[in-house]
Design a binder for this molecule. Structure first.
Ligand code: SF4
Length: 482
């Protein structure tokens, strides 16, 4: 749950818009990014295309902090825009890493927004640097931009360049790319990250990481972009290029359904809300328990709690209230032992839990610290028993595809048995969703579950450090100073 430090963070959100006539595309992007804010809260940006002239605004902060009415009004009207909100899974938090990335090259210019992580980024960047490439950021996205640009110099169109680039880059990427004439989007051949598009009643096309952002700007969902597909929106309408489709087995991130995505989104025709309800129902079947009330940890535990209640017949209750106004700028009480940040962010309703046997549902346990504090909170509110149920299997492996589930030493399930974890977090019992049941959440087996079972769809990256490019830079500097 991203509310708390040290827990899992989402990746990024991408957004694109193309209208028939010049219009307020910056505003449309602003509302789209607002709907995608849960995917990244470190920085955001919008690039507007006004008849081939690009204008942009990007900064660190939430969409509501970066874009005031004043900054938005300074962006011109245009026919296209690309937007991005970022949580940096590779590369640090600095202004240079804000997206969309803009590139000027011999044949024109482009803006690029990316969600995901490449599995061969370090090798590609090394080889580009050996040919004289100079990078300005420490994110994977610049590597993609570089490769697309290089290919553009050899190919007749931006879509050909993107297609060639897709033969070179490997890993997770959902991209929105804008040239002076066209808006493009592409999803990697595994389809790790979601991407879809829709249309507003006036004919404006909108591309977004999640369908909730289409609805937010009044667009009707048309369909998901297929894994490996490139969509080109331009003067000739929409052209779909599928030369990369079907080249890999589809591997959509299953954790999008469990935690990352908004419950009102539909990804690859499966409702996130329904997937979470199913997770709760499965938990009730595989880890039944006698109890008086089922409740979820806000937000992503709520739907699964409803499913658990529906299946078990145990009444659904609301026992935890989240302070909705705590954002990225929340100052952590740190070492101040008298102040518990979980208590500041979350409160238990005594009347709901006092004297009761409580089933508590959450989406995951990473280190166990936050989970332990929540259990304590409910215990202090008078719960008689607390039975923790987790709507995901235990995390046992790092993720290399755009999330920050990393080092195994930070994952409690790598070091302790389920019974030991129950004891550590102070629960009377603990039950995880079995790995074998993940397919039941979405009704197919076309998903990635590598962080749970270690079955990686791509080669494991050679350099897996989050800040690998910064570290490499400092190593090079040190070597040069000698
Ligand atoms: Fe998603 Fe886990 Fe696969 Fe990463 S490793 S893409 S978090 S399922």
């Amino acid at each position: 749950m991203s509310l708390y430090e040290s827990e899992i963070h989402e990746e990024c959100g991408v957004f694109g818009v193309i209208a028939k006539e010049p219009t307020d595309v910056a505003n449309i992007s602003y509302y789209g990014l607002y709907a995608l804010q849960h995917r990244g809260q470190e920085s955001c940006g919008i690039v507007v295309n006004d008849d081939g002239v690009f204008s942009s605004y990007k900064d660190l902060g939430l969409v509501s902090e970066v874009f005031s009415a004043d900054t938005l009004s300074r962006l011109p009207k245009g026919t296209m825009a690309v937007g991005h909100c970022r949580y940096g899974t590779t590369g640090g938090t600095n202004r240079n890493n804000c997206q969309p990335i803009e590139v000027n090259h011999q044949k024109g210019h482009m803006a690029l927004a990316h969600n995901g992580n490449l599995s061969n980024a370090a090798e590609l960047r090394n080889s580009l640097e050996l040919t004289g490439a100079i990078f300005h950021t420490t994110s994977d996205t610049e590597t993609i931009a570089y490769i697309v640009t290089k290919e553009r110099l050899k190919t007749p169109s931006i879509e050909d360049a993107l297609s060639s680039a897709m033969n070179i880059i490997d890993g997770a990427y959902s991209l929105v790319l804008m040239s002076p004439q066209k808006l493009l989007c592409a999803r990697d051949p595994y389809g790790f990250r979601p991407l879809c598009y829709g249309q507003t009643p006036d004919g404006t096309y909108v591309v977004a990481s999640e369908s909730c952002a289409l609805k937010a700007v009044g667009a009707e969902f048309i369909r998901d972009v297929e894994p490996g597909e490139i969509l080109v929106f331009g003067p000739n309408g929409i052209v779909s290029r599928k030369e990369h489709c079907g080249k890999k087995r589809k591997k959509l991130c299953i954790f999008e359904y469990i935690y990352f995505a908004r419950p009102d989104s539909v990804i690859d025709t499966v409702s996130v809300h329904q997937a979470r309800i199913r997770a709760g129902k499965i938990l009730a079947k595989v880890h039944p328990v006698e109890a008086d009330v089922v409740m979820g940890v806000p937000d992503s535990g709520l739907d699964a709690a409803l499913g658990f209640s529906q299946e078990s017949g145990i009444p659904y209750g609301i026992g935890l209230i989240k302070n909705k106004y705590i954002g990225r700028t929340f100052i952590s009480p740190g070492q101040n032992a008298r102040m518990d940040q979980v208590k500041i962010k979350l409160n238990a309703i005594e009347e709901s839990v006092k004297g009761k046997r409580v089933v508590l549902i959450d989406d995951s346990i990473v280190r166990g610290t936050t989970c332990g504090r929540i259990v304590k909170l409910i215990r202090e509110a008078g719960a008689k028993e607390i039975h923790m149920r987790i709507s995901a299997p235990p995390f046992l492996h790092p993720c290399y595809y755009g999330t920050d589930i990393d080092s195994r030493e930070n994952l409690i399930a790598c070091k302790h048995s389920v019974e030991e974890i129950a004891e550590i977090i102070g629960a009377d019992s603990l039950g995880y969703l079995p790995v074998s049941e993940l397919g039941s959440l979405i009704g197919n087996n076309e998903y990635c579950s590598a962080c749970f079972d270690g079955d990686y769809p791509t080669e494991i990256p050679k350099d897996t450090r989050k800040n690998r490019f910064e570290q490499k830079l400092s190593e090079v500097r040190k070597a040069n100073e000698k």
